[in-house]
Design a protein around this ligand. Structure first.
Ligand code: ADP
Length: 341
């Protein structure tokens, strides 16, 4: 409300400036014309007295009049030019203010969403773990039940751990992320990740295909793991049915092409670029059902960028999305073996 009032006041001030300046410009134009008419009348009188110029037509042909008229026209153009520059600058100013304001509003909304989601993400595993511990302490349970409750509490601590890791990673990426490069054989690396994810999400159908048997890439192991894990977890999270995730690796012209295809809910065209922004989540936090912080794809995009690569998202023709990553096999511009991450 305060923001809207401030915006309204600034628009009123700008509108007042525009009207006032236009009025002053018109006034200046009229005064300039009046001054010219007065000067030319005076000149005609003087010339009539000196050289006995008898008609207006003869006066209009004199060099003195033409000079005066030229000066008048120049001043008229000056008034017109300055007024246009001022109005143009003012319009640019309004546009910039408006753009800045909108950006600030969106950033504030995203921060609000982030706080809401992070509070929820932190509170719900803590509440579950607390409940498990209370149950174990208050009741005498069989070993079987303790195992069951224990493993669910363990899952929740894993969730908390993942969340904190993601937060730390996002903070690091923003300040000083430098990939620690090592040679990684991508086929084995991705197969390992798929196995781990299959264990974690037994219902999901995760497949991996590769056009090569052996592809060595220079990359940051932790960073590349984060890319694959985030994309697979998102594919599962944003699926309404059994998630089918197909990972494809291709190597061509000293580059790798990695596709993560899912059969999920898909991503609307206008959101495709924005989902890689920090804290950005599609929809509204108050009505959204899925958990998240809007950091996953930001982290993925930043790690891909740090590996001199590109990421984009397309529609899967059969429904869902395809996240496409392109990365060079070797990192030309990154200092090798720098341990800053
Ligand atoms: P989070 O999952 O924590 O919300 P992300 O940065 O990982 O944050 O994703 C940003 C948004 O992009 C998500 O909120 C979701 O709306 C959308 N999204 C990401 N991955 C997928 C996917 N595979 N299918 C559909 N929507 C997705």
């Amino acid at each position: 409300m305060k923001n809207i009032r401030l915006r309204l006041i600034s628009y009123l001030v700008i509108a007042y400036m525009l009207v006032a300046f236009s009025w002053w410009s018109v006034l200046l134009y009229i005064k300039n014309k009046d001054a010219f008419n007065a000067k030319s009348e005076y000149l005609q009188l003087v010339m009539a007295a000196e050289r006995s110029i008898d008609s207006r037509a003869t006066f209009l042909e004199t060099a003195e009049y033409k000079d005066l008229h030229k000066k008048y026209k120049r001043q008229e153009w000056m008034i017109f030019g300055e007024a246009s520059v001022f109005i143009f600058s003012l319009i640019i100013g309004i546009y910039m203010i408006n753009r800045g304001y909108n950006k600030e509003m969106i950033a504030a909304q995203q921060r609000r969403n982030f706080l809401l989601s992070i509070t929820h993400e932190l509170k719900s595993p803590i509440a579950s773990i607390r409940l498990v511990l209370e149950t174990i302490l208050k009741r005498s349970l069989k070993e079987e039940q303790i195992n069951h409750f224990g493993s669910s509490a363990l899952k929740e601590t894993d969730r908390l751990n993942d969340l904190v890791n993601n937060l730390l990673l996002a903070a690091k990426i923003e300040t000083a992320y430098q990939p620690v490069l090592e040679e990684i054989e991508l086929n084995a690396f991705l197969k390992d990740i798929c196995d781990t994810m299959r264990e974690k999400f037994p219902k999901a159908q995760i497949s991996f295909q590769s056009s090569t048997d052996y592809t060595i890439i220079e990359g940051d192991q932790m960073g590349l793991t984060s890319i694959a894990v985030n994309l697979i977890e998102n594919a599962i999270k944003y699926s309404t049915e059994v998630a089918i995730i197909d990972i494809q690796l291709r190597e061509k012209n000293k580059k790798i092409f990695l596709n993560f295809t899912d059969n999920g809910i898909g991503i609307p065209e206008q959101e495709k670029k924005r989902i890689f922004e920090q804290f950005y989540r599609i929809g509204n936090e108050d009505t959204r059902k899925t958990k998240g912080t809007g950091l996953g794809l930001y982290i993925v995009a930043q790690i891909v960028k740090a590996h001199e690569g590109k990421i984009e998202v397309r529609d899967n023709p059969t429904g869902g999305s395809v996240f496409k990553i392109e990365m060079p096999l070797q990192q030309a511009n990154i200092q090798k073996n720098v341990q800053t991450f």
